[in-house]
Design a protein around this ligand. Structure first.
Ligand code: GCU
Length: 341
């Protein structure tokens, strides 16, 4: 039933997106700007996108109307990226794991234990000048990243407690559809099972997989805490989400309009980041008190040691990540020094 509803919703939306409004996307003289994302309407990313909409319409409302499609109703991240690539929609929010097959430099964010602190992670991602050349790396595929959103720290959660890497042995763990994430979970000893985000709940419920790995909001916003009651703080990755735009659309904007979209993107990140910090604490509370999820503090060193070879292997196999890797190490060190001051 849930599936049928979902298929109907997608079909209706596609009819709406591709059919009723025609290919020109012009409605009442306004250009409709469509954004797809995977989260619910209370998620920090949705709130950030509402800010994006507000700013664009406040400054260019006579010309553009922004429409936001949450909950994967236009399709999972990979499908929605394809729609953005062809210009069927204009923007999509997706994690960098989904971009690896378009530009291999994005593999860097799937590297386990890449960032050594949240401060270093934020400093790297907020360095817009530095990130620009990464963002432009998908130009050949017809889309470009405009800004990033915080998606927290990723951890394992399952239907049974995971206290040590040994507890992962033989467990089927859902990962994003990214080769680097598959390698990582296999290196931890689990059996990596790639699938779209929207399928995870049912897969855990039906016992197709034993668990997954994500941030705390997956437990509440995506309700995974109803089916997986053990969340282990092993902190293996900080993987950002990206606001991705169709390149032709960006190029169709005048210089002045581009600046407004750019500022709207910056503001959306500001709102998303602030809301993220508030929502994580609330998600932990709800997961514990209302869903009965147990949060487990683990010996992170044991998990780190288990995948120690993965960083070197990734660097050896993909020279395109070396430069950003070195850059991140410098930022890591800077924040480690500040910590000891
Ligand atoms: C997080 C992240 C999404 C991603 C999802 C996943 O929710 O914000 O962009 O798609 O994890 O694991 O697929």
């Amino acid at each position: 039933m849930k599936h049928l509803k979902r298929i109907l919703a997608v079909a209706l939306c596609l009819v709406y997106v591709l059919g009723l409004t025609g290919c020109s996307f012009v409605d009442n003289g306004k250009r409709i700007v469509r954004i797809s994302h995977a989260q619910s309407e209370t998620h920090p990313e949705h709130l950030g996108l509402l800010k994006f909409k507000e700013y664009v319409e406040e400054h260019l409302g006579d010309k553009y109307e922004v429409q936001i499609f949450p909950n994967e109703i236009l399709g999972s991240a990979q499908k929605a990226i394809e729609l953005t690539q062809t210009g069927a929609i204009d923007f999509v929010v997706a994690g960098t794991a989904n971009l690896e097959t378009f530009a291999s430099v994005y593999e860097i964010f799937s590297m386990p234990y890449l960032f050594t602190s949240e401060e270093a992670y934020h400093a790297v991602m907020n360095d817009t000048e530095y990130m620009k050349k990464i963002y432009e790396s998908t130009d050949e595929s017809g889309f470009r990243v405009l800004t990033w959103y915080n998606a927290g720290t990723r951890n394992f959660y399952a239907t049974q407690p995971i206290n040590t890497p040994e507890d992962l042995e033989g467990l089927k763990i859902r990962v994003q559809q990214s080769p680097a994430s598959v390698n990582m979970v296999n290196a931890f000893g689990g059996a990596a099972t790639p699938m779209g985000f929207g399928d995870v709940y049912t897969a855990i419920q039906q016992g197709v997989i034993e668990g997954a790995e994500n941030n705390e909001l997956a437990l509440t916003n995506n309700k995974h805490g109803e089916v997986a009651k053990y969340f282990s703080y092993n902190k293996h990755q900080m993987v950002p989400d990206m606001l991705i735009a169709n390149l032709k659309f960006l190029n169709s904007l005048s210089e002045e309009e581009y600046k407004i979209f750019e500022e709207a993107a910056r503001l959306s990140t500001e709102v998303e980041l602030a809301s993220w910090d508030e929502q994580v604490d609330e998600a932990i509370r709800i997961a514990k008190e209302e869903m009965g999820v147990q949060f487990i503090e683990v010996d992170i060193e044991k998990f780190r040691n288990k995948v120690i070879g993965v960083q070197d292997e990734m660097l050896k196999n993909n020279p395109r990540i070396q430069e950003i890797y070195n850059h991140i190490q410098e930022v890591n060190e800077k924040y480690a020094e500040e910590d000891t001051k």
